[in-house]
Design a protein around this ligand. Structure first.
Ligand code: 1GP
Length: 248
């Protein structure tokens, strides 16, 4: 596929668990602070930066944040809430379908709108099935998602199987930024066991213990956003815990 995908796969194939640092450009008010925090995450071992958010991001903010993060020497990947998050200064974009949305906009229209822009910017695309678990989060509201029962991992697996059959390479199991509870470990576990997809898990991960459990259950990549913003020291401990887990 492309350089960023190869970088991710070479780490996963060598048994490493990955951590991605999510930065919401709308919440960045101080570039110096972003430089310091992002450097701290790189020193702790984060593998890439995601840029995205559900509301209020303007194009210039996405450009600026991508340019600052590029200096850290790790891949910068757009995690788009919408086309306003696209920036030519990133390396790649999660090219996503919000699989459990009830809106045709998120199922296929946004991809059609985005595709020519992504091509113009020359961004690598990482084809991703995106599933939002909980309801009381911004992403669930904006994406108008159909909730997934927490006690039904087999439903998540059915989505993941469909993603694989459609040719997608990544599945992102999302509790939602700032979610009360993270995704149950049974979700990455069942998906990892029965598919070849790269499993990304994020939302509501605020402790090293929780991150370790989700990585041990089968997540290949763990995303943290809120904790990086609120308590960068704790975020470094989460990264350390993830890096202590080796797969297979
Ligand atoms: C949200 O999965 C990410 O899309 C990260 O969530 O902000 O809760 O870490 P948090």
């Amino acid at each position: 596929m492309g350089k960023v995908h190869d970088y991710i796969m070479s780490k996963i194939n060598s048994g490493e668990k990955l951590h991605f640092t999510l930065i919401d450009p709308e919440k960045v008010k101080d570039v110096i602070k972003l430089e310091e925090t992002s450097e701290k995450m790189v020193e702790a071992g984060t593998d890439a930066f995601l840029i995205g958010g559900s509301l209020g991001i303007i194009h210039e903010e996405a450009d600026l944040v991508a340019q600052v993060l590029k200096k850290r020497g790790k891949p910068v990947i757009i995690f788009p809430g919408n086309v306003n998050c696209l920036t030519r200064y990133a390396d790649a974009a999660l090219f996503m379908v919000l699989m459990n949305s009830l809106e045709s906009y998120y199922l296929m229209q946004i991809q059609v709108i985005a595709a020519p822009i992504v091509a113009k910017y020359g961004l690598e695309t990482l084809p991703t099935g995106y599933i939002v678990i909980d309801q009381d989060t911004a992403v669930a509201h904006i994406g108008r998602t159909h909730p997934i029962p927490r006690n039904k991992p087999e439903i998540v697996l059915a989505y993941a199987m469909a993603a694989q059959m459609l040719g997608l390479k990544y599945i992102y199991l999302e509790a939602g930024s700032g979610a009360q509870q993270p995704v149950p470990p049974e979700f990455p576990q069942i998906v990892k066991k029965h598919t070849d997809l790269v499993v990304i898990v994020g939302g509501g991960i605020r402790s090293p213990d929780v991150a370790r459990k989700i990585a041990e259950a089968g997540a290949d990549i763990i995303v943290t956003g809120t904790i990086v913003e609120k308590d960068p020291e704790l975020a470094t401990k989460i990264i350390k815990a993830i890096k202590e887990v080796k797969s297979g």
